[in-house]
Write a protein that binds this ligand. Structure first.
Ligand code: ADP
Ligand code: ADP
Length: 226
C-alpha cells in the first residue's frame, strides 16, 4: 500500500533575484513499512522535502498524498491533527519544551489531543529509550543523547504510521548514534512504522532498506540496499 506519494513536487523559495528552486519536480512513492534514507550534499533540498512530506510547509507546485489523501485539501487545524496522529517528526534541534519533564515531553502530542497513552505503551517506550530513571527530569538536566531519545519517544508515542527524521544522529556520539538507529529499526520492524530519515552520512544511510539520493533538488538515484 502506498503510504506517501509525491507527484511533480516543486518548491521555490523567494522571488525574482532571490529565487531558489529547492525541489524540482520530484516524484516518489513510498510503501507502508519501508525504511528509507535520503542522502545528498548540503543545500540539495533534503530538509525541504521532509518539511513538505510532514505538511510543515507548502509546495509551490505538485501534490502530496498521505495514505492516498491529498494533504492540500486539509485546512490548518485538520493538518495539525493529522500530523500529530499520522506523522512523527524528529528534528536535530529536539524541540523539547523546557518546562515539561521527560514524561510530559514524550506524551505531548497526545496531551494536545486530550488522549491518554496506554501505560504499557509508555512504559515500553521509556524503557526502550533507556530513560526510565529520567522520566521526571527536565530537558536542561539531560545530555544531548538523552534529549534526542526524548524527541524520538515523542515521535513514537502515538504510533504514527510515518516517522520523518531530519539528521536524527547529527549531534550524537557513536554510542548514541547506534542506540538511535536501533530504536528506529525497532519502530520499523516491530511496529511496521514507515521511516524516512535524512542523513549526510553514507554509512548511516545504508542502515535503511532503500537509499534515495538528492542533488540540486532532483532525485539522482533510488536504490534498494537489502
Ligand atoms: P538540505 O537539507 O539538503 O541541506 P535544504 O532543503 O535545507 O537543503 O535547502 C535547499 C535549498 O533551499 C538551499 O539552497 C537553501 O538555501 C534553500 N532554502 C531552504 N530553506 C529556505 C528558506 N526558508 N528560504 C529561502 N531559501 C531556503
Ligand atoms: P550522552 O552519552 O548520552 O550524551 P553524556 O556523556 O553527555 O551522555 O552524559 C553522561 C551522564 O551525565 C548522563 O547519564 C547524563 O544523564 C548526565 N548528564 C549530562 N549532562 C547533564 C546535565 N546537564 N545535568 C544533569 N546530568 C547530566
Amino acid at each position: 500500500m502506498s503510504i506517501l506519494k509525491v507527484e511533480n513536487l516543486t518548491k521555490v523559495y523567494g522571488s525574482k533575484d532571490t529565487k531558489v528552486t529547492a525541489l524540482n519536480r520530484i516524484n516518489l512513492n513510498i510503501e507502508k513499512g519501508e525504511f528509507i534514507s535520503i542522502i545528498g550534499p548540503s543545500g540539495s533540498g533534503k530538509s525541504t522535502l521532509l518539511h513538505m512530506l510532514g505538511g510543515v510547509d507548502k509546495p509551490s507546485e505538485g501534490n502530496i498524498y498521505i495514505e492516498n489523501k491529498d494533504i492540500s485539501t486539509l485546512n490548518e487545524t485538520e493538518m495539525a491533527v493529522f500530523r500529530r496522529k499520522k506523522i512523527g517528526l524528529i528534528y536535530q534541534a529536539y524541540n523539547l519544551i523546557p518546562t515539561l519533564d521527560v514524561e510530559q515531553n514524550i506524551m505531548l502530542p497526545m496531551l494536545l489531543d486530550n488522549v491518554t497513552p496506554k501505560k504499557v505503551d509508555y512504559d515500553r517506550i521509556v524503557e526502550l529509550l533507556g530513560l526510565t530513571e529520567r522520566r521526571n527530569h527536565l530537558p536542561s538536566q539531560l545530555s544531548g543523547g538523552q534529549k534526542q531519545r526524548v524527541a524520538i519517544g515523542r515521535s513514537l508515542i502515538y504510533s504514527p504510521s510515518i516517522i520523518l527524521a531530519d539528521e536524527p544522529t547529527g549531534n550524537l556520539d557513536s554510542k548514541n548514534t547506534k542506540a538511535t538507529l536501533n530504536l528506529l529499526k525497532i519502530a520499523n520492524k516491530e511496529y511496521n512504522q514507515t521511516i524516512v530519515m535524512i542523513t549526510h552520512d553514507e554509512k548511516i544511510a545504508n542502515s535503511a532498506d532503500r537509499v534515495i539520493k538528492i542533488v540540486d533538488g532532483e532525485i539522482v538515484s533510488d536504490e534498494v540496499v537489502k
